[in-house]
Design a protein around this ligand. Structure first.
Ligand SMILES: [Zn+2]
Length: 382
């Protein structure tokens, strides 16, 4: 027995109800009967001239990799390996346009809701003639458009639907290491559908994907402004001294800074301490004022923001520095350290900046993240 949606074959997850066998592995996404033909929605792509309007033209490096992607996708799935800030969303636009021009169905899926909302706006202002929809928690009214931007949790709605699925940031939780979500992504493809996996770091999870489905890797380790990634300075101290280090850095700097913490508890604690002295706001995923606080920080109304990993990806704030406070093993992994540091030096106007890791011990995740950033920067030595 095999679940038609999440491909589960483990007998322990199959139950027999009054209507027949069903799968409990993916039941949180609506019950699916094993013998059921899941309805495939038929919708057509608008018959309009597909036009891309970008704020900045793609760099020659971006154009080259976009062209390679269009050629490669004919015969193979793709792993798009790009350093943070290389512009992987922009790189994927020409390939999306190629599919839309042929009347094919395209979806851009990513783990986090916040990023879906931001990307939706970007795609809407880029694909000026096509319809775009966002599908994520709070936005499930319009399920179909020429281009669907959704969270990976919403892919269960699109059984055997897409000719092209762009799966962005496959190294991010909760998609990373979640077999059910990974398989639902696979069954959202048509029989000859293709996937572009996109990531900044390769880890065991991606290697597992690569073993399942052959992928051709296309790599761009260069930011559009041609400046290298900012590699963090690491300070190893006892916990109490680390807080003093933090105060020292904040007192000296005149730049906006994101302070990443490992838990909501530490985030709130630091916010309470820092707000006595500095102009500071805070953010974590369940905070009601989350969007308002991020917006205020982007508008430069605060010098500092204390955050959990909720700000780790998909957000670009011009001219920020980053401080990562790391007390524990296993909370910030290599991929999230690379992403957090990747917030620095993203803009043309201000491609520089500083990042720090304040930690009680230098663990494997820090070592690997730094090695990866240094390796990405090697392209500038060539
Ligand atoms: Zn299932």
């Amino acid at each position: 027995m095999k679940c038609p949606r999440c491909l589960n074959e483990d007998r322990r997850y199959f139950y027999k109800g009054s209507k027949g066998w069903y799968c409990r592995k993916c039941i949180s996404f609506k019950r699916v009967l094993i013998k059921e033909e899941i309805e495939v929605q038929d919708y057509a792509i608008s018959d309009v001239e597909v036009k891309i309007e970008l704020k900045y033209e793609l760099t020659p490096y971006q154009k080259k990799i976009a062209k390679e992607a269009i050629e490669t996708i004919v015969s193979s799935d793709i792993l798009l390996l790009c350093c943070t800030g290389a512009g992987k969303t922009e790189i994927s636009m020409p390939i999306i346009a190629t599919y839309l021009k042929k009347g094919k169905r395209v979806c851009y899926a990513i783990a986090r809701r916040e990023v879906v909302l931001e990307l939706y706006e970007r795609f809407r202002s880029t694909f000026i003639n096509n319809t775009v929809t966002r599908v994520c928690g709070g936005y499930t009214d319009e399920l179909y458009a020429d281009l669907i931007v959704c969270t990976t949790h919403q892919l269960y709605r699109y059984h055997h639907t897409f000719d092209l699925l762009i799966l962005d940031e496959v190294d991010a939780f909760p998609f990373k290491g979640n077999d059910t979500l990974n398989n639902i992504a696979l069954t959202s493809l048509t029989n000859d559908g293709r996937i572009v996996y996109s990531t900044a770091t390769i880890d065991d999870h991606i290697q597992k994907i690569m073993r399942k489905r052959p992928l051709k890797t296309l790599s761009l380790q260069r930011r559009p402004h041609g400046r290298p990634l900012i590699v963090p300075k690491v300070k190893i101290r006892p916990k109490a001294i680390l807080y003093l280090e933090l105060l020292k850095i904040l007192k000296k700097t005149d730049r906006q800074t994101i302070i990443f913490t490992e838990s909501i508890r530490i985030c709130k604690f630091l916010y309470r301490i820092l707000k006595r002295v500095f102009s500071v706001t805070y953010v974590y995923s369940s905070l009601e004022e989350r969007s308002a606080n991020i917006k205020a920080f982007k508008e430069k109304k605060f010098r500092f923001i204390v955050a959990t990993s909720v700000l780790e990806r998909g957000i670009t704030i011009e001219g920020v520095d980053v401080i990562i406070i790391k007390f524990y093993d296993g909370i910030f992994d290599k991929a999230s350290i690379v992403q957090m540091c990747g917030r620095v030096g993203r803009s043309f106007k201000d491609p520089y900046g500083n990042s720090y890791i304040l930690t009680t011990s230098k663990d494997e995740a820090i070592r690997q993240a730094i090695a990866e950033m240094r390796k990405a920067n090697e392209v500038y030595l060539l």
